[in-house]
Design a protein around this ligand. Structure first.
Ligand code: GDP
Ligand code: MN
Length: 388
C-alpha cells in the first residue's frame, strides 16, 4: 500500500527523521492559513498524488507570501496532474502540502528496498538526487551504493556512516545523516515497509539533513498488524477497477496489453501471462478469480475484462480443482448474456466436471474457440487478437 507524501512525512517525523515543517490542505483558504501559521520566508505548495515527477508536471511550486500560496493552491486543487508515473490520464489533485521552503545546498537520493534474492533489506544511496534513480542505475551504476543490512543484527552505525561518506558528507552532517538513516530504517522495519524513497534527501545551507520528498510503501499482507497505517489508505488514488475487483474477492491488476486473461489461481495466472508474452503478445490484465470462485464472481470478472477497451481477445485458462468447470461455464454464459462478448473468446478448460463444462459452452451458442492445451489456446488467443 502506498501513502501520500504528507502522511509519509508525518510518520517519519515520529521516528525522529527530519522533514520540512508543513501541513496538508484541502482548500485554497486552508493552504493560506497554514502558510500564515508557518511564519517563514518562503513556502512550497506540493500536489499530493500517488506519483512522482510532480515537479516537472507543475505540481511543486514555490510561493513568497501566504496570498501566493492561496493562489497556487487554488490553481493546483482540482487540476489534472500528468507525470511520467501517472500515465496519460493523469491524476486529479485533491489536496496540497504546504511547507516551509528549504534552502538546498545538496540534493541526494536515499532508498530502502527489500532484496528478495539476498533476503535482506538494502539501503540505496546516491549523491545524484532529485533525478530519476533508474536513469542513474542504467548510466552510472557506480554512483549508487547498495548497503545490505544483516537482519540478525539490524542496521549498525557503521552502515550509516558508510552511506554518509559515500554521499560526500562531512563534519556535523555525518552525524545528522546517521540519525536520519537510523530513524528511517526503524520506521521502515517497525511498520513492515516494502519500499521507501527520499528523493531528494537534502543538506540545507544551514547544515540540516532533511527529506524534501518522501515516498513510503507498505506490505499489504502485513497491514493487519498496523491498523494506524491501514487508515492512511486513500481509495481515490487507486485504479477504480482494481478496487471493484477487491470488493468481489478477485485479484485484478490492469496491464497495458490486449489479451484479457481470466484464470483461477495466482500461479496459473502468472504462467498465463508468461505464455501470452511467449507467443508475442501482451496481457491486458492479471486476473485470478481464486480457487473456489462462484459463477457470480466469474461473471463479474468477465465484465471487468470487457470494460477495458484495449482488450481484443479473451483467454480463459482454467484448471478446475476446487473450482468446477461447469461453474466457469455458467459464469461465462451469464456474462455473455448480460453484457455481450464482442471479442474472440478462447477457452482452455481442464479438470473437475470438464465434460459437463465443455458441453454447456458447446450448446450455449457462443462463438468459442477451444484449445487442447494451454500452449495451443494461448497461440490461438494471440492470433485472434491480431485478427488472424
Ligand atoms: P517530485 O517531482 O514528485 O519528485 O517532487 P519533489 O518533492 O521531489 O520536488 C521536485 C523538486 O522540486 C525537488 O527535486 C527540488 O529540486 C524542488 N523542491 C522541492 N521542495 C523544495 C524546496 O523546499 N526548496 C527548493 N529550493 N526546491 C525545492
Ligand atoms: Mn521527488
Amino acid at each position: 500500500m502506498n501513502i501520500h507524501e504528507y502522511q509519509a512525512k508525518d510518520l517519519l517525523l515520529r521516528y525522529g527523521v527530519r522533514v520540512p515543517t508543513g501541513k496538508v490542505a484541502f482548500s485554497a483558504e486552508g493552504a493560506e492559513q497554514i502558510a500564515k501559521d508557518l511564519s517563514c520566508e518562503k513556502f512550497m505548495v506540493k500536489a499530493q498524488i500517488h506519483a512522482g515527477g510532480r515537479g516537472k508536471g507543475g505540481g511543486v511550486k514555490l510561493a513568497a507570501t501566504p496570498g501566493e500560496v492561496r493562489q497556487i493552491a487554488s490553481e493546483m486543487l482540482g487540476m489534472r496532474l500528468i507525470t511520467h508515473q501517472t500515465g496519460p490520464e493523469g491524476k486529479i489533485v485533491k489536496k496540497v502540502l504546504v511547507e516551509e521552503a528549504s534552502n538546498i545546498e545538496k540534493e541526494m537520493y536515499l532508498g530502502v528496498v527489500i532484496d528478495r534474492t539476498r533476503e535482506k533489506i538494502v539501503l540505496m544511496a546516491s549523491s545524484e538526487g532529485g533525478v530519476e534513480i533508474e536513469e542513474i542505475a542504467r548510466n552510472h551504476p557506480e554512483k549508487i551504493l547498495r548497503e545490505c543490512i544483516d537482519p540478525s543484527v539490524g542496521l549498525q552505525p557503521f552502515n550509516c556512516r558508510k552511506i554518509a561518506y559515500f554521499l560526500g558528507l562531512n563534519g556535523k552532517t555525518v552525524n545528522k545523516a546517521v540519525s536520519f538513516i537510523s530513524g528511517l530504517y526503524k520506521a521502515f522495519t517497525e511498520n513492515d515497509g516494502s519500499l521507501a524513497e527520499m528523493n531528494p534527501l537534502i543538506v540545507t545551507r544551514e547544515g540540516e539533513v532533511l527529506a524534501l520528498d518522501a515516498k513510503l510503501n507498505f506490505d499489504d499482507n502485513a497491514l493487519y498488524r498496523h491498523p494506524e497505517i491501514e487508515k492512511l489508505h486513500d481509495p481515490a488514488e487507486e485504479n477504480p477497477m482494481e478496487l471493484e475487483a477487491k470488493k468481489w474477492g478477485i485479484s485484478y491488476v490492469k496491464l497495458n496489453g490486449n489479451i484479457g486473461c481470466l484464470v483461477n489461481g495466482a500461479g496459473l495466472a502468472m504462467a498465463t501471462m508468461d505464455i501470452v508474452k511467449y507467443h508475442g503478445a501482451e496481457p491486458a490484465n492479471f486476473l485470478d478469480v481464486g480457487g473456489g470462485a462462484s459463477a457470480e464472481q466469474v461473471t463479474q470478472a468477465f465484465k471487468m475484462i470487457l470494460s477495458d477497451p484495449n482488450v481484443k481477445a479473451i483467454f480463459v485458462n482454467i484448471f478446475g480443482g476446487i473450482m468446477k468447470c461447469d461453474t466457469i461455464a455458467t459464469g461465462i454464459i451469464t456474462a455473455a448474456k448480460e453484457v455481450g462478448i464482442g471479442v474472440p473468446l478462447v477457452v482452455r478448460l481442464e479438470g473437475t466436471n470438464v465434460e459437463l463444462g465443455r458441453k454447456m459452452l458447446g450448446e450455449s451458442g457462443l462463438n468459442i474457440t477451444t484449445g487442447a492445451d494451454m500452449r495451443e489456446a494461448a497461440s490461438k488467443a494471440v492470433a485472434a487478437a491480431q485478427g488472424r
